[in-house]
Design a protein. Structure first.
Length: 188
């Protein structure tokens, strides 16, 4: 593999082979155009999988019914066996394959929902972090708790003044009342 360098002005420089290489900027533009073309014709993979799974299961059911019909209307056993093999086994295989495709479509749906849920969770946590960082006298995000080695949740509770400690008592001291909403401790 040869090394290509970028000359001033975006022109490619000849590599070890001696031939002029395509400018890098031109190759990047071609890549950008190809990606845009592929994004325009996006298909819904889940919908395609559902249609393919239902078609495979319908064909499997049809093969089983045709195999049964051929075997049922035959007078000899040696004529029934090919019907059972071709219709029955092929039908079962098609139905199993269709079921697997349906299962894969369900997995794709679950992954999409999980990604959307994770995105919403990250946005919510970002909003909470910005809201806590905007309060006067509040620690600046998780950095203050992480720098001291403390748990961020306990740092947040301790900064609220009068938070409940780990033993169920007040974090303010053994005789202090636990924090309750509406009693002037900043929770109301």
């Amino acid at each position: 593999m040869t090394d290509a360098t970028m000359a001033p002005g975006g022109q490619g420089v000849a590599g070890a082979g001696g031939a002029e290489r395509t400018p890098i900027a031109g190759r990047l533009e071609a890549l950008t155009r190809a990606v845009e073309r592929s994004r325009r014709r996006q298909f819904d993979v889940r919908q395609i999988m559902l249609i393919a799974g239902s078609a495979l299961m319908a064909l499997g059911f049809l093969a089983i019914v045709l195999g049964w019909y051929g075997a049922a209307h035959s007078a000899y056993v040696f004529q029934e066996v090919p019907y059972l093999i071709s219709g029955g086994l092929l039908g079962v295989a098609l139905m199993a394959g269709g079921g697997f495709v349906f299962f894969a479509a369900w997995l794709v749906r679950m992954i999409e929902e999980d990604r959307a849920s994770n995105t919403r969770m990250a946005q919510t946590l970002d909003r909470i972090d910005r809201a806590l960082g905007a309060q006067p006298g509040a620690p600046s995000g998780a950095a203050s708790g992480a720098a001291s080695g403390a748990d961020p949740a306990s740092t947040l509770l301790a900064s609220s003044g009068g938070a409940v400690g780990p033993g169920g008592g007040s974090a303010a001291g053994p005789g202090a009342a636990p924090a309750r909403p509406g009693n002037g401790d900043g929770w109301s």
